[in-house]
Each structure stands twice: as C-alpha cells, then as structure tokens.
Design a protein around this ligand. Structure first.
Ligand code: AMP
Length: 111
C-alpha cells in the first residue's frame, strides 16, 4: 500500500518542497513542531531505518548531507535530526524520513 510520502514523491498530493534531486526530496512538515521542521525522504522506499542494508549506505549518507544543506539554507544556528524507527518510537509514516528541526531552543533529553 502506498504511503502518504510515496504519494508526495509521485506528485499525487502536494507538499511544500524545499529541495529535490534524483535520490531524495525535502519538504515542510504539515504539523511543524518548531519554526523549521523539514522532512528529508529517499525516493527509493525504505519503510524504516532498521530495514536499511549495506547497499543503502551511500543513500543514507546523502540524506544526511541534504539535511545539513537544507538546515544551512534555513539559516539555522543549530538543528536536531530525528529518525523515529518503528511505532514504539513514534513512527507514523512507514517511509524512512529524517526530521530536520530547528529555529527554537531544543531541550534534551527529548520526550
Ligand atoms: P513520524 O511520526 O516520524 O513517522 O513522522 C511523520 C511526520 O509526517 C509527522 O511529523 C507528520 O506531521 C508528517 N506528515 C504527515 N503527512 C504529511 C504531509 N502530507 N505533508 C507533510 N508532512 C506530513
């Protein structure tokens, strides 16, 4: 079954895109938890980080670099990257995504 993020990749539903290349897409989270909340997703569907395999290493590295780039373009002083892996960790959309969160003080430990 197609996830909501696959529908965004396929152009079936709109998204506020901030970056796109052949491997990934970044767009603003519809329920932002901070002034900047961007999701970076691979175009290749990987349901969750724990499904990733050695062949995904370059793609995973690329996602990190894109997250860093979009954070810089947003002018963030610092930012937090979050990957929720599995329902027990709060994952609700089963298409791997990196949350890029910033623009306000971020507390630690997270909830
Ligand atoms: P997670 O809980 O880690 O699976 O995060 C899923 C994120 O996707 C949540 O922060 C949602 O607000 C976000 N989200 C769900 N649907 C959309 C959408 N159509 N456009 C943008 N963000 C979305």
């Amino acid at each position: 079954m197609s996830t909501i993020f696959q529908k965004i990749i396929d152009g079936e539903i709109p998204a506020d895109k901030v970056y796109e290349d052949s491997q990934c897409l970044a767009f603003r989270d519809i329920n932002a938890v901070a002034p900047c909340h961007i999701l970076v997703i691979p175009k290749r569907p990987i349901a969750r980080l724990s499904d990733a395999v050695e062949e995904d290493a370059a793609l995973l590295g690329h996602l990190l670099l894109v997250a860093n780039q979009v954070a810089a373009e947003e002018g963030l002083e610092g930012y937090r990257l979050v990957i929720n892996d599995g329902a027990a960790a709060g994952q609700t959309v089963f298409h791997l995504h990196l949350h890029v969160i910033g623009g306000r003080p971020l507390h630690w430990p997270p909830g």
